[in-house]
Design a protein around this ligand. Structure first.
Ligand SMILES: OC[C@H]1O[C@H](O[C@H]2[C@H](O)[C@@H](O)[C@@H](O[C@H]3[C@H](O)[C@@H](O)[C@@H](O)O[C@@H]3CO)O[C@@H]2CO)[C@H](O)[C@@H](O)[C@@H]1O
Length: 752
């Protein structure tokens, strides 16, 4: 009744074939087809080899039962529907009405609706919880406001997490065609997902909780590698800073006004007629000199590179692309031409390895001249003046020698472009960590690039939207994300800018960006109050840099988001399940931004435990809602009892001065624990063991504070030498020991 090969179990009926692979105790791949075809994975799946666990198969009367240590999977022999059960036989997830259906237009899978909440789906507007919503995935350059969940935006993450009081699981539909997800809008009995083409190839990912699902999902789709430290700093962008004197003026002003900043972005106007890999000789007369001066001031420079290559035979990139046949072709095999910024343009076919290599090499001169990072925009790919905002679906790409229609390549085009850019960097500067920023993406993008959420607007609604959107992106495996601070389109104003910067310093990617023709959006453009408040919060971001870098380390190891919904940390507390306007910045800090005008107070929910107001030190009993004060210069922040924050002296830019010491802030509690990672922040030497990993913990009882500072790994010897401990809200410490040795409160520090 079933066949088993070394890698899969195959079950058939008259119309369908189901292939099931056990990839882990809690990870199952299901592939259902109605014709003889091989399963195709997209670029999203990074893992090529699995530690296949022990599992059993039994041929029962009506079903085939597969059992791992954590899961039972039942395949109904009659209709090939699948049920996933826990070890005790409780249903976690089961197909509805036969499960997978094929039609002329799509393939879809129906599931019984037993979930209370759905999270994930990456970059979507609306609330955090997507239960009852219908969403589609098709990368789209959407310039109009992004308020509804139904809007197609720039990125596609066909991944969701289903949760109820009993179970948590994830499903990743590994299909790059336009996909759809009805999470209980059509019916309260079932939900369904599918795609307009391609295969029903999905991964079922079970977990004890959301954390484990995200960890298992990123086990499949990959995790970020550590970014260079400078990209965790403050970044300033504008469409466009031009001419070069203006770029230098903005940079100097940051330094004069003592507002930390690490990066300046050059938008499309630095180019000659929007031709990628060129400089506008009139406005950037001596770009090398400009780059040199920026370097001297401690700035890094990121330039925009769009995929559209201007159709101009005198332009070397176009000429080469045509001569080598590197551009995407139309259905007749003729190079496709679409209109974008440079006018008529052609689009490299990044699905081809040779094209990626060529494109990567085009960055060589830029990088050698001193460009530090690349910003990939318009890579949905966007095409102006077409009803679909992109190229025809029957355009032709080539992947591994096979023709692939654009309708299949569309959603993954940006990942291949980001891969080309990252690989180019790695060839040019092999021991430097690259930085690529992307607008479009598909699942798995975290392996190649950070992302930002495209053209938002200077609206309070969009400040609010930033929170659930970035949290869901984080739950979808991409921890390195941010929104244009202050809003891209429309004039920002003082109060909105202040509230936005207050929140944004706690988002993983911090960049102010604004559109052409809008009011200036530098922190000083709104007057002294905004300037002072911006300085205060940007400095706080720099102070918290070791803490933030530690979160990136954890993201690189486990795939955990940096900006986390409360439900990620407090899943058992059902009050957290729908909260979308507060978030955790790592485990330690609860952030509750003010996102409405003229508000000086806001309601904050604090989960179980004691929480301390970061600003006043006042304690609050959790599992309660509080109305807290939030005058314009204050964003409500809370630290959990026993929380540990790591801080450094703020600097004008990262690496300005050698760090002599870090402070370890210990918040009152019985115990606490913290993992601290350190390396040079720029090279790949850490992969050869040149890094430090410290386990910092404390126990506090009857006035006695016992601190442990364990070196789990000590391979980086140029790091910080002194760790100073500061105690927050304790009032009765009588004795302190570090690693068993008594120390005085005033000199409570450890020298390495
Ligand atoms: O490099 C410049 C910026 O490019 C991106 O934003 C642009 C967006 O992608 C385009 O679609 C376009 O929007 C136009 C819109 O499509 C059209 O219907 C009409 O209403 O006019 C709009 C404005 O021209 O322009 C956007 C830039 O204004 C990118 O997302 C930005 O970050 C870049 O700065």
């Amino acid at each position: 009744m079933y066949q088993k090969t070394s890698e899969k179990i195959v079950v058939r009926n008259e119309v369908k074939k189901l292939e099931l692979r056990v990839l882990g105790d809690k990870i199952i791949n299901v592939f259902v087809s109605n014709k003889e075809e091989k399963r195709k994975d997209t670029i999203a799946i990074e893992r090529k080899e699995y530690d296949i666990p022990e599992f059993s198969i039994s041929d029962e009367l009506e079903s085939i039962l597969i059992e791992t240590n954590s899961l039972k999977v039942k395949i109904n022999k009659n209709d090939l529907s699948v049920s996933f059960l826990d070890k005790n036989g409780n249903i976690i997830n089961e197909d509805y009405n036969g499960g997978v259906k094929f039609s002329e237009t799509d393939v879809r899978c129906y599931k019984k609706l037993r979930e209370d909440h759905f999270y994930g789906f990456g970059e979507k507007a609306g609330y955090l919880d997507k239960k009852g919503e219908r969403l589609e995935m098709w990368n789209t350059d959407e310039f109009m406001t992004h308020n509804q969940t139904t809007k197609l935006l720039y990125e596609s993450y066909p991944f969701f997490i289903g949760m109820n009081d009993y179970h948590t699981y994830g499903i990743f539909l590994d299909n790059s065609f336009r996909s759809f997800f009805d999470m209980g809008q059509e019916s309260q009995e079932y939900y369904f997902f599918g795609a307009y083409g391609g295969q029903m190839n999905y991964y079922f990912i079970y977990g004890e909780d959301i954390k484990e699902v995200v960890e298992n999902y990123t086990y499949l789709t990959g995790r970020i590698s550590l970014p260079p430290l400078w990209v965790l700093g403050n970044q300033q962008s504008r469409y466009s800073y031009t001419p070069q004197e203006r770029v230098l003026e903005v940079a100097k002003t940051f330094r004069e006004k003592d507002i930390p900043c690490d990066v300046i972005y050059l938008d499309i106007d630095y180019m000659e007629g929007y031709r990628v890999f060129t400089w506008n000789k009139e406005t950037f007369k001596n770009h090398k000199e400009m780059l040199k001066q920026l370097k001297e001031m401690g700035f890094k420079v990121v330039t925009i590179v769009d995929p559209g290559v201007k159709r101009d035979y005198d332009y070397h990139v176009y000429r080469e692309g045509i001569e080598k046949g590197y551009f995407v072709k139309d259905k007749y095999g003729i190079t496709y031409v679409g209109k974008v910024w440079p006018g008529e343009a052609c689009f490299p076919d990044f699905l081809q390895e040779e094209v990626r290599y060529w494109w990567g090499e085009k960055h060589r001169e830029f990088i050698n001249d001193g460009i530090d990072g690349i910003w990939n925009d318009m890579n949905e790919p966007a095409v102006f003046e077409t009803p679909t905002k992109t190229m025809p679906e029957d355009n032709i790409h080539i992947l591994d020698g096979e023709k692939v229609l654009h309708k299949e390549a569309h959603n993954v085009y940006a990942n291949y472009m980001a891969m080309a850019t990252r690989d180019g960097f790695l060839r040019i500067r092999p021991n430097e960590r690259p930085f690529v920023l992307t607008r479009a993406a598909f699942s798995g993008i975290q392996r190649y690039a950070a992302m930002w959420t495209g053209d938002n607007r200077s609206l309070y609604e969009h400040l609010l939207m930033m929170m659930p959107m970035l949290m869901n992106i984080g739950l979808s495996g991409q921890p390195f994300a941010g929104a244009d601070v202050g809003g891209f389109e429309g004039d920002c104003h003082e109060e909105l800018f202040i509230r936005w910067i207050e929140a944004a310093v706690f988002t993983p990617f911090l960049r102010v960006h604004s559109a052409i023709g809008t009011k200036d959006q530098e922190p000083w453009s709104f007057g002294k109050r905004a300037e002072d408040i911006s300085r205060k919060y940007i400095k706080m971001r720099y102070e918290l840099l070791p803490y933030l870098y530690d979160l990136f380390y954890i993201a690189s190891q486990k795939g955990y988001p940096i900006m986390r919904p409360l439900v990620f940390e407090y899943q058992k507390d059902e009050n957290t399940h729908k909260i979308y306007d507060e978030f955790m910045f790592g485990e330690g800090l609860l952030v509750a931004p003010v996102y409405l005008p003229s508000k000086e107070r806001r309601e904050v929910y604090l989960p179980e435990g004691i929480w301390y107001d970061y600003w006043t030190g006042k304690g609050f009993k959790g599992k309660n809602y509080y109305l807290v004060d939030a005058p314009i210069e204050v964003i409500p922040l809370f630290v959990k009892e026993g929380g540990i924050l790591l801080k450094q002296q703020p600097q004008s830019f990262i690496g300005e001065k050698k760090l002599e010491e870090l402070t370890v802030e210990i918040y009152k509690g019985k115990e606490g624990h913290y993992l601290h990672y350190e390396d040079d922040g720029k090279s790949f030497d850490y992969t050869k063991g040149v890094y430090n990993l410290f386990d910092i913990s404390f126990c506090y009882k009857e006035g006695r504070m016992d601190i442990k500072f364990d070196k789990i790994h000590f391979g980086y010897h140029k790091g910080v030498k002194k760790y100073k401990f500061i105690f927050k809200n304790f009032d009765d410490i009588k004795e302190i020991k570090i690693n068993g040795e008594k120390v005085e409160k005033e000199s409570c520090e450890i020298e390495l």
